[in-house]
Design a protein around this ligand. Sequence first.
Ligand code: MN
Length: 185
Amino acid sequence: MQEPTHHIAATLKSLRGAQGWSLDRASRATGVSKAMLGQIERGESSPTVATLWKIAGGFRVSFSLFFEQASVEGGSPDNAAVTVLEDAAAGMTVTPLFAFDPALRFEMFLIELASGACSESSPHEPGVVEHVVMLDGTLELALDGHWEALGPGEARRFAADREHGYRNVGERAARFHDVIHYPQV
Ligand code: MN
């Protein structure tokens, strides 16, 4: 498992360079403070999942772009070369299984939420759709201000271009697949 901070720092720097955006301009596009963007770019801070999604949305890129060695052909959670994002504050671990494929326009992650964990997400880009497929444990998904429980084997598709959240009120870890579809822009 690789430390993701350096790859995220380099990716953000190159995205900002490609756009020719100042930190101030990038802050306005992403809704992430200039100070935080600067810390992430310098590798001084590892962003939360929620912050990284804001950055991906502001630059209109896929989430999996921030994961080193993520492959369109698929990967294994045990592949030591692939970066995994561990968000300690949210109790969430995100592992890329399929990197974003520009032809098929989706990416897929394995997500683990610790017991008691909660992660709130701001809206993704217009048209983004998530498909949650439960593996183990119970996940509660917040949609339109109400929490819906999903157990093993259950699946849910939802428009992710609105506020949404994930939490685990159970005693064991919740594991699920998240397939994220980006419409043609
Ligand atoms: Mn989301």
